[in-house]
Design a binder for this molecule. Structure first.
Ligand SMILES: *[C@@H]1O[C@H](CO)[C@@H](O)[C@H](O)[C@H]1NC(C)=O
Ligand SMILES: *[C@@H]1O[C@H](CO)[C@@H](O)[C@H](O)[C@H]1NC(C)=O
Ligand SMILES: *[C@@H]1O[C@H](CO)[C@@H](O)[C@H](O)[C@H]1NC(C)=O
Length: 279
């Protein structure tokens, strides 16, 4: 009786062991399958995302072939050391997908990304770089190539500040330059009035865009200095804004207006408010 019970519990223990072992094996198998799937997806997904986003965008205007855009894009960095991709590597891409001029509606920004995109998402008044084909397709993505490889990688790429000539940073610098080259008519720039230097010479706006503004096409630069309702740090007399005026191509008229962020939010929310004159 006692003997049988003991051998029975031994058997039960053994089968429990087998069950746990099988469970662990299944779990490991699932983990491996998922990891392989994720890594495969990682490699094919970037082009898929690019083409899908591009086709979503161009469904509005059927002038562009997204496969051609992808080929021009990929050429800039594939097979290269990810720290040796200069801005100029994207010149053929810009040539293949030129910016459509949107005179009087172009909006530049520096350190105000969320407020600006919150506004432009609600009202179709302004066009930011992220509303253009290339800007919208690549916004939020990371990519790089590798020497001796024909693939696009999305992990293990150098960070924004890790090396200057990385594929992502050079891309944003190059398309910012292209967007600024296209600036025409009355142009708006939203700068941050909650920091001591709203116009920072090292920002993309300060180091690239402002230098490209050309008075043969551009009439005015309207700075909207977005201030905090309660404690504004900078106003339109801020010394950095004097530097901005000095940088501007002679012949471009300059205006500056302080606008609170709640006012901008109100302008975005009210469908009755006209585009330009809300602030
Ligand atoms: C201005 O910059 C500050 C500090 O980086 C940030 O907290 C704030 O959200 C920015 N303001 C706007 C309008 O984006
Ligand atoms: C503006 O454009 C004209 C004509 O294309 C060119 O000659 C001039 O150098 C440009 N100026 C700037 C500041 O880029
Ligand atoms: C702008 O700010 C400066 C320094 O904070 C202050 O001295 C000046 O009075 C302000 N100007 C206006 C017009 O509010």
């Amino acid at each position: 009786m006692e003997q049988r019970e003991r051998s029975g519990s031994k058997k039960r223990r053994r089968s429990r062991c087998l069950l746990v072992g099988a469970g662990v094996a299944v779990l490991i198998f699932i983990i491996v399958v998922v990891a392989v799937a994720v890594s495969l997806q990682d490699k094919t997904d970037f082009k898929t995302t690019f083409v899908r986003r591009c086709e979503e965008f161009t469904s509005k205007d059927k002038q562009l072939d997204c496969e051609t855009a992808w080929t021009a894009f990929e050429k800039a960095y594939v097979g290269k050391d990810p720290c040796e991709v200069p801005m100029g590597a994207y010149d053929p891409l810009i040539a293949a997908t030129p910016f459509k001029p949107s005179c009087n509606r172009m909006m530049f920004w520096s350190k105000t990304k969320d407020v600006v995109h919150d506004f432009t998402a609600k009202k179709d008044c302004f066009v930011t770089l992220e509303d253009t084909l290339l800007g919208s397709v690549l916004d939020g993505l990371t990519w790089c190539g590798k020497e001796g490889s024909t693939e696009t990688f999305t992990t293990g790429c150098p960070g924004w500040t890790q090396c200057e000539h990385n594929p992502v940073r050079s891309f944003w610098n190059r398309i910012s330059a292209g967007f600024a080259d296209a600036a025409c008519g009355d142009v708006t720039a939203m700068l941050n009035g909650s920091i001591t230097t709203p116009f920072h010479p090292a920002s993309i706006f300060g180091s690239i865009e402002v230098k490209r503004f050309n008075s043969t096409k551009m009439r005015t630069l309207n700075v909207v200095l977005v201030t905090d309702d309660t404690s504004p740090v900078a106003n339109c007399s801020n010394p950095s804004l004097k530097d901005l005026q000095k940088e501007l191509d002679k012949g471009i008229k300059y205006f500056c207006k302080e606008v609170t962020d709640s006012k901008i939010e109100a302008c975005g929310s009210d469908p009755q408010k006209p585009c330009g004159s809300c602030w």
